[in-house]
Design a protein around this ligand. Structure first.
Ligand SMILES: O=C(O)c1cc(=O)[nH]c(=O)n1[C@@H]1O[C@H](COP(=O)(O)O)[C@@H](O)[C@H]1O
Length: 223
């Protein structure tokens, strides 16, 4: 595990962003842990997230894109801080990079349109989002890109929970790779979380996560 990954896990735990207990997910699954990016509210945490996102982009040359899409609401600040960090790290390459986000509400006056920021039309779009579980949120982002005439270039997440979709045994990551042939990359995965906390958390917490993994872990996609 790289330093920035371990630092992000540690900061997330210290700020109750990553917590252990009993949670009900969007998919209806009961989970022994939850990652709440709604609690990214202080400068030091946002700086760490921005640094991890930017570093992951720099370390992943297979991510070839023209614009970043930060899906409303939680993806919006994440995309903005990441753009700033990329421009700081490499102004020549990233200084003019743009981002866009969608509106949740339809707008029919003013400048109109359902996205704000750079235009997606004809561009290779990198989706930047917080967490993937069963893949519903990513589906919404894919339909925004399609509606605006963009091309999916890849997906970048903070946490990949490595779970299967609701209707299939494989993950949304496998589905996106098969359908679009693009990379789906995360800063951290559930495997990293288990590795980081083994020996640090009570064994009971780790055991609950292992049981959860046995129930919902994604299987390889059927050909
Ligand atoms: O409900 C979740 O699955 C979930 C788990 C978690 O640890 N953190 C978290 O934020 N979520 C929410 O669920 C979304 C991802 O779930 P899927 O749409 O099932 O992939 C995220 O965008 C969050 O809104």
């Amino acid at each position: 595990m790289k330093d920035h990954q371990a630092h992000l896990i540690e900061l997330s735990y210290d700020n109750n962003i990553l917590s252990f207990g009993d949670f009900t997910l969007k998919s209806g699954r009961k989970s022994p842990y939850f990652f709440n990016s709604g609690l990214f509210k202080s400068g030091d945490v946002l700086a760490a997230v921005a640094n991890s996102f930017a570093q992951t982009i720099i370390d992943s040359p297979e991510l070839e894109f023209d614009i970043i899409l930060g899906p409303a609401y939680k993806g919006i600040p994440l995309a903005a801080v990441t753009l700033v960090k990329l421009a700081e790290k490499n102004p020549e390459k990233y200084g003019a990079l743009e981002y866009a986000y969608n509106r949740k509400e339809k707008k029919d006056h003013g400048e109109g349109g359902n996205t704000v920021g750079g235009t997606l039309k004809g561009k290779r779009v990198l989706i930047l989002d917080d967490v993937m579980t069963a893949g519903t949120a990513i589906r919404e982002s894919l339909s925004i890109i399609q509606a605006e005439g963009g091309l999916l270039a890849g997906v970048l997440l903070i946490l990949d929970r490595q779970e299967r979709m609701v209707e299939f045994d494989h993950s949304m990551i496998a589905q996106v790779k098969k359908e679009f042939g693009v990379p789906v990359i995360s800063i951290i995965t559930l495997t990293d979380i288990v590795q980081y906390f083994t020996g640090k958390l009570p064994e009971e917490n780790i055991k609950k996560i292992q049981d959860y993994i046995s129930l919902y872990k994604a299987k390889p996609i059927a050909e």
